[in-house]
Design a protein around this ligand. Sequence first.
Ligand SMILES: [Zn+2]
Length: 171
Amino acid sequence: MSTSSQQRTVTDRLVEANTTYAADFTDPGMDARPVLKVAVVACMDARLDLHAALGLNLGDCHTIRNAGGVVTDDVIRSLTISQRALETRSVVLIQHTGCGLLKLTEEFRYDLETEVGQRPSWAVEAFRDLDQNVRQSMERIRTSPFLPHTDDVRGFVFDVHTGALREVDPA
Ligand SMILES: [Zn+2]
């Protein structure tokens, strides 16, 4: 519990904002299946407001985000549930200019090992070429044996300075 003598934390601020949100909230009565039958896989970057950038409303899509918007096993797990249990059909993949992963390398794992005495089992999934990484990510989705719907998978680069999407040719 925070007291008046302590600084409010950022979480306190979020919880307070929720009080206002909940006060005005009316239950839209939706079920869990996304209205547009689409799953969006994107980087966690704070400059990417997916709903605003894509004209999405509450209930429209599944949003699966991680560092880089890379297609890891866990993203495949979420997409598999999205398609098989919640009826989505399309996948939109969004990476972006100025991504933090463009500045990292797999050395990050070895640096971690040196520091904490244990090398992480996960790959950093760092990359140098954005378009190539989007292509690679689309390919991982298209070739996954778990996903029944891989005919509508499209990949884009979001420009954090202009707000514009650029589609990446899968070939
Ligand atoms: Zn990023």
